[in-house]
Write a protein that binds this ligand. Structure first.
Ligand SMILES: O=C(O)CCC(=O)C(=O)O
Length: 307
């Protein structure tokens, strides 16, 4: 019998809490137009990883093999194992539960996967997506083997994230950025420690459980706090987006975050660096809002500009 996944007890505990608290369940709202063509996913993962091979963060997640193997071998192992993992079996292969999870990888804008993701019209209309210099959407993917638990965090305060499930199923526990939630979340912001999910389930209000299956999308509003459970090998893409319906939320959460940044600036060197990172994100979000404004003023239909 295979060893139980180290997160098994945690995941069961979280599900039990969600049930006891009668947390409502919701599902993805639209199907990715091109979902049938995502069957070549293992190949596409290779593309993602090749693109990121020089990225320090990627090297960090595979350090367990660095002692023994060269980098190309590590990458092959990662890909092979992702393809073949089945639930608990995966754990036998890794030393630590999260070694194979890769967060927030930029997709190769000229690669197969980026081409295959055609965002459904209902999300395109009226939206400005964050683009790369070459004018293609900046799509990030998070790849997680079965049993991964991503602790609660906020993606960014000034824009939403269009989530697109690329493979498997993910269960997002999401909380709206109400004043009370943001105040209670503040001590956890940037922490992402094991156990934060359980702790925040006790202190935050109005949790919802969002289940995304392959090909489904959901627009996560600015500042939405979310933690994620992957019951199977899964991957989700995220694209930063602004649109009129997100404006009020973005403004409120950015105000909260700006006050938070001011406090961090008086903190340790690490906190000051975090503050700088958040400020850069805010700057990028402001640029998106400016773009939306300019387009509205120019009278060009927005979906003509952001394919
Ligand atoms: O898939 C995960 O485990 C985390 C994904 C996530 O939270 C995100 O993309 O912001």
């Amino acid at each position: 019998m295979s060893e139980a996944h180290p997160n098994r007890a945690r995941a069961i505990g979280v599900l039990e809490t969600l049930r006891k608290k009668e947390v409502p369940i919701r599902f993805g709202t639209a199907k990715l137009n091109t979902i049938h063509s995502l069957d070549t996913f293992p190949l596409i993962l290779k593309e993602v990883i090749d693109h990121e091979a020089s990225n320090i963060r990627f090297r960090d997640v595979v350090t367990f093999k660095e002692e023994e193997n060269t980098k190309p071998v590590q990458q092959t192992l990662f890909l092979t194992s992702f393809k073949e993992f089945q639930s608990d079996v995966g754990y036998a292969f890794s030393r630590d539960k999260s070694l194979y999870a890769v967060w927030d990888l930029q997709l190769n804008p000229n690669g197969d996967l980026a081409h295959k993701i055609s965002i459904p019209d209902e999300y395109k209309r009226g939206s400005i997506f964050k683009l790369l210099e070459n004018g293609k959407p900046d799509i990030r993917a998070t790849i997680t083997p079965a049993g991964t638990i991503s602790e609660p965090h906020i993606d960014q305060s000034g824009s939403g994230t269009l989530l697109i499930e690329l493979q498997g199923i993910k269960m997002f526990v999401i909380w709206p950025p109400s004043k009370k939630n943001l105040a209670n979340f503040e001590p956890f912001d940037g922490s992402q420690k094991t156990g934060d999910l359980e702790a925040l389930l006790e202190v935050l209000e109005k949790a919802e459980c969002l289940i995304l299956e392959q090909g489904e999308c959901h627009l996560l509003g600015p500042g939405y706090i979310h933690g994620v459970l992957s019951p199977m090998n899964s991957a989700v893409a995220g694209v930063r987006v602004v649109r009129e319906s997100l404006r009020t939320g973005a403004r409120e959460v950015m105000e909260w975050e700006s006050a938070f940044i001011r406090k961090l600036k008086y903190g340790t060197t690490e906190e000051q660096q975090i503050a700088k990172g958040i400020e850069d994100q805010q700057q990028e979000d402001r640029a998106l809002w400016l773009q939306l404004h300019e387009i509205v003023v120019s009278g060009i239909p927005i979906n003509e500009t952001n394919k």
